[in-house]
Design a binder for this molecule. Structure first.
Ligand SMILES: [Zn+2]
Length: 95
């Protein structure tokens, strides 16, 4: 698991809403807590983990927000970790 400060940097760089990044950081010991409540949720498999509020929001609205805020060069929902490490000058992923 990465350091919280790195996780936060990554989440924001990928364009995820701050409320979701905050929630993820607070709950990062509970992996994919929300999948238990929404097994068919659109965000599953994207790497993005919505907070309970955003999990209820309209998909297009959340995705357009992510696209708008996104600094990562791979288009949503793709994440290129090699590129991401370069963009953020991260250390090796020991997760
Ligand atoms: Zn949220």
């Amino acid at each position: 698991m990465r350091e919280k400060v790195e996780m936060e940097k990554i989440g924001l760089h990928l364009g995820y809403p701050t409320c979701c990044v905050d929630m993820f950081l607070r709950n990062c010991h509970i992996d994919f807590w929300w999948e238990r409540y929404a097994k068919d949720h659109w965000a599953i498999g994207t790497g993005y983990i919505p907070c309970p509020f955003c999990a209820q929001r309209n998909r297009e609205e959340v995705e357009s927000g992510i696209r708008l805020m996104r600094k990562h060069q791979s288009p949503w929902p793709e994440v290129d970790f090699t590129l991401l490490s370069k963009e953020l000058s991260l250390g090796p992923n020991n997760a």
